[in-house]
Design a protein around this ligand. Sequence first.
Ligand SMILES: NC(=O)c1ccc[n+]([C@@H]2O[C@H](COP(=O)([O-])OP(=O)(O)OC[C@H]3O[C@@H](n4cnc5c(N)ncnc54)[C@H](OP(=O)(O)O)[C@@H]3O)[C@@H](O)[C@H]2O)c1
Length: 323
Amino acid sequence: MKSVVCTKLGEPKLLEIKEVDKPIPLDDEVLIKVEAAGVNYPDALLVQGKYQIVVEPPFTPGNEVCGYVDQVGKNVDLKKGTKVIGLPEIGGFSEFVCINKKLVIPISDNINSLAGASLPINYGTTYYALKRRAKAASGESLLILGASGGVGTASIQLGKILGLTTIAAIGSDEKEEYVKNLGVDHIIRYDKENLKESAKKLTDGKGVDIVVDPVGGNVTEEALRATAWNGRLLVIGFAQGEIPKIPLNITLVKGVSIVGVWWGRWTQTSPKETAEDFNELIGFINEGKLDINPKNVYSIEEVSTAMDNFLNRKNIGKTVIKF
Ligand SMILES: NC(=O)c1ccc[n+]([C@@H]2O[C@H](COP(=O)([O-])OP(=O)(O)OC[C@H]3O[C@@H](n4cnc5c(N)ncnc54)[C@H](OP(=O)(O)O)[C@@H]3O)[C@@H](O)[C@H]2O)c1
């Protein structure tokens, strides 16, 4: 089978496509025939050895897949041919991958594989962030930094479903066009406008209730200064590359909470709640409330281009590899 292999930490162009043996599932594992695998910003960091977890090569990146059960271990009660979403700790960019049964979620055949592979990380993270970390309430306002990216587009869609007023902060004409089509309520061009002033204007001077921040750098402090009394800033990532240092007096004078969000860690500590959230997200798809259409679909041979887009600030929407 074909597999993307990182044989040496460094730029994504160093990744190799290799023919390797199809794995055999252990007793608690499911072998999935992968139809699509989601590509995420952390993949591009992991292959460079710059992610918060460092894995020694050789390894195959990829943490979210959608496909069909091909074979199961003796302790697994799933039929061959069942459609599933899988969350491998690593190894998703392969034609086949073995995953522990706890991290395999059966889905109905009507969910297409590109949507299925797009769901776990971006939508899982964003839903956890809004529902459980910010305790978002219908009617609140939501400022989304990096809104055209993977986490950003999921935040727009789920924000709308949760009844929030969505404000997308984005940095180019092409990105503006894309988020408009997602039905966002307001747009701030933070490459041209003052983020704080525009956010205040859009909320009648009150400020925003919640900020989704996958960007970091200098925009975090600006966004924090744009929050309302009792606001929440959700720390999701640092796509800009710089980890901001925040003057803590802002939290005091605004009563604002800075809330950390690490979805991957939470899925391990809270598997029951993770499953609940997955069921709700799949429910949104089945009810026609959530339509996931990944914008960028690549072949396995194009994996380094897919990863470079994240590092070069070119990624728009969700990116997947189709097998
Ligand atoms: N905490 C968690 O559990 C969790 C889960 C998933 C992802 N993450 C993290 O969230 C971050 C974003 O992931 P993503 O998938 O949304 O990535 P993405 O699709 O590349 O989106 C990131 C956005 O950040 C903005 N940005 C500003 N400066 C940038 C720069 N120098 N380089 C790249 N982008 C820049 C870009 O929008 P503009 O050009 O419009 O500014 C871009 O659209 C990553 O750091 C990732 O590791 C964390």
